[in-house]
Design a protein around this ligand. Structure first.
Ligand SMILES: [Zn+2]
Length: 266
């Protein structure tokens, strides 16, 4: 019955998605997180538990995580519609997003509690209820890399959004995301909105912020690999880029469209 309800809910959400972009992207988040949660949980099934039973439990938790994840992205969308950054909405969105990532992580690990190992990523620092502070090596490497290649750290924008923002000259695009760091073009771009000429920079940042969310969301896939990890003492990493890269290549168009929708008010 539980399985049937889950399948039905997923089918309905996919069908409804054809009608409205908000529902379309929410549905994709719910379905993809549900699949990630299900497979991860199945792999981590307990000794007295079948793969199928663990899969359904994880898929449910993944679906909850996916719906919360889309709420965090909607909070970015509210700002992109205004062509403005609001630190309360940015930090609120970041916290909601971290809750959804924690839930997905627990789903893939077949944990009974949804909020165990709660963690939030602020730049290359991961604050967690397990181990107080952790450094995320890839984000740190990118942070120093951008800094030494001439990126100008923007304190005000970084504090507003809770993710490092660098201004960079000669960037070929509006902005770029490097792990949990954002670079934006030093050049100013403007957009006409309600008869006013507004800076386009907030939307560039919101677009890149969506990419950082995508990376955190789908890096949970790495948890599948942890059972094959010979270094059993090492905590499961959900910050490795390798799996995300594969997924990113497969879904490049989708990820770009999603970032355009939530970040650029497309
Ligand atoms: Zn993009």
């Amino acid at each position: 019955m539980k399985t049937l309800t889950l399948i039905l809910a997923l089918v309905i959400s996919v069908n409804m998605s054809a009608q409205n972009d908000h529902i379309k992207y929410a549905a994709f988040n719910i379905v993809s997180s549900s699949i990630i949660g299900g497979i991860g949980s199945g792999i981590h099934h307990k000794e007295n538990e079948s793969f199928g039973k663990a899969f359904v439990n994880g898929a449910w938790k993944g679906a909850i995580s996916g719906s919360i994840n889309s709420v965090s992205k909607e909070m970015l969308r509210i700002q992109s519609e205004r062509y403005d950054l609001d630190w309360r909405l940015c930090w609120g969105s970041k916290i909601v997003n971290s809750v959804s990532n924690t839930m997905l992580y627990n789903a893939t690990m077949n944990e009974s509690s949804l909020l165990k190992h709660y963690s939030i990523d602020i730049g290359f620092i991961r604050l967690s209820t397990d181990y107080t502070v952790q450094i995320e090596p890839i984000s740190l490497a990118c942070f120093t890399g951008i800094f030494f290649s001439g990126g100008k750290f923007d304190v005000s924008k970084s504090l507003t959004i809770g993710t490092p923002v660098f201004l960079q000259q000669m960037l070929s695009t509006y902005g770029k995301t490097y792990a949990n760091n954002i670079t934006i073009n030093n050049q100013q771009y403007y957009v006409r909105h309600n008869g006013k000429l507004l800076s386009y920079t907030p939307n560039v940042i919101l677009h890149e912020l969506t990419h950082t969310y995508q990376r955190l969301q789908y890096s949970s896939i790495n948890n599948f690999l942890t059972i094959y990890n010979k270094y059993e003492n090492i905590k499961p990493i959900h910050n490795d880029l390798s799996s995300f890269d594969i997924l990113y290549l497969l879904n490049k168009t989708y990820f770009e469209n999603e970032a355009m929708f939530y970040g650029n008010n497309n």
